[in-house]
Design a protein around this ligand. Structure first.
Ligand code: NAD
Length: 354
């Protein structure tokens, strides 16, 4: 039996979900919903969905829908996820899980009371390059990972629209891009318990919608007029086991070019996940740089989404456990919200104090 899917939110990222569902033989795209009904209808035509809804509540009342992808603005993730779980649906919710830790805990309660699958859209966990490094981590080739450093700098890339409206997004590059690279480091470090965070956010350059002759990712309803989010964030995250993670992310910055790098450093070896896979170690008093020979040396967006959707469907069918459960979404929200709080207060914030 195929799993009947409802996709809520038919904007830019919904295509990655819809394309991946359409390539999974166990899934059937059954319903599509968007506040903008025409947008939902257009997607329904392309992906041959049976039903179109304007209201997610109506979609959730449809008993044929077994599982949903939530691809809406961040401010509705928690509300829709809780309603979907309470309606007996399995949920794949796009990152970030939600906007606040309080909301995250409410989603966790809803998962616990309904015993349905909730997968957080930490798509980088499902990427083949991440899984290759994970195998080396699991076989202890890196030893104890005590430091990680991740950077995701866009020199020009504020997507505008809701992304730039703090009310609907919860923040700028930290909650949008930082969520991915913080999560992938934390996952590969073995999910150590967070002790404290210290961060800085800056809104110094605006969205630079004045810049000409350079394209960038835009929300479905691009609108450069409103911008209430930071354009740069940096942070240091300390873990109870003594490890630390340093991050910086931007929507815009006077940088020569965009840059992504993700590095892990252990006491037996190191690993570079981005921009391309490398392993670093020492043998016979010689430092060795090893390059895994693979077609997946960097993050492959299309393949990672396919892996994520395939994993979700397998989890819904009870064949696998999700790699990104709600508890992990809660911990990442604590880190992100802690960094914003630290920046506001100008001091380090302690987390997970029992
Ligand atoms: N995993 C990734 O790499 C990745 C990449 C981009 C975006 N995202 C996430 O996906 C989500 C959507 O981003 P996007 O780029 O597609 O935005 P978008 O603006 O292109 O699309 C969002 C759509 O959701 C609809 N919508 C909003 N609230 C709704 C509601 N309550 N009910 C029904 N429809 C509603 C909007 O009308 C819009 O069509 C965000 O949470 C974003 O963080 C993830």
């Amino acid at each position: 039996m195929t799993v009947k899917i409802g996709v809520i939110g038919a904007g830019s990222i919904s295509d990655s979900h819809l394309q991946s569902y359409s390539k999974n033989a166990e899934a059937e795209i059954y319903a599509i919903c968007d506040l903008n009904e025409q947008r939902a209808q257009e997607k329904a035509k392309i992906y041959q969905a049976t039903k179109v809804y304007r209201s997610y509540q109506d979609l959730l009342q449809d008993e044929n829908v077994e599982a949903v992808s939530i691809c809406t603005w961040n401010n509705s993730h928690a509300e829709i996820a809780i309603a979907a779980l309470d309606a007996g649906k399995h949920v794949l919710v796009e990152k970030p899980l939600c906007k606040t830790v309080t909301e995250a805990l409410q989603v966790e309660e809803a998962v616990n009371r309904n015993q349905k699958v909730l997968q957080v859209g930490f798509v980088r966990r499902y990427a083949t390059n991440t899984q290759i490094i994970k195998q080396f981590v699991d076989s202890n080739d890196l030893g104890d990972i005590y430091y990680a450093k991740a950077t995701c700098l866009r020199r020009l890339g504020n997507p505008g629209g809701w992304f730039a409206d703090k009310e609907r997004s919860g923040g700028g590059p930290l909650i949008d891009l930082g969520v991915h690279i913080i999560d992938v480091c934390w996952y590969l470090m073995g999910k150590p318990k967070v002790a404290s965070v210290s961060g800085n956010t800056y809104a110094r350059l605006g969205n630079r919608s004045n810049v000409k002759h350079l394209s960038f990712y835009k929300a479905a309803d691009y609108d450069p007029d409103k911008n209430t989010v930071e354009d740069l964030a940096n942070a240091i995250i300390r873990f109870e086991n003594g490890a630390s993670l340093m991050v910086d992310v931007s929507f815009t910055l006077h940088a020569k070019e965009d840059r992504i790098s993700v590095n892990l450093y252990g006491d037996k070896g190191g690993a570079e996940l981005e921009p391309a896979l490398h392993l670093i170690t020492e043998k016979n008093d010689i430092i060795l740089n090893a390059t895994p020979q693979t077609d997946s040396a960097s993050f492959d967006f299309v393949q990672a989404f396919q892996n994520e959707i395939n994993h979700f469907i397998a989890s819904v069918k009870g064949e696998k456990e999700t790699l990104s459960p709600v508890q992990d979404g809660v911990e990442i929200m604590k880190i992100l919200c802690g960094i914003y709080e630290s920046s506001e207060k100008g001091k380090e914030i302690q987390l997970n104090i029992d």
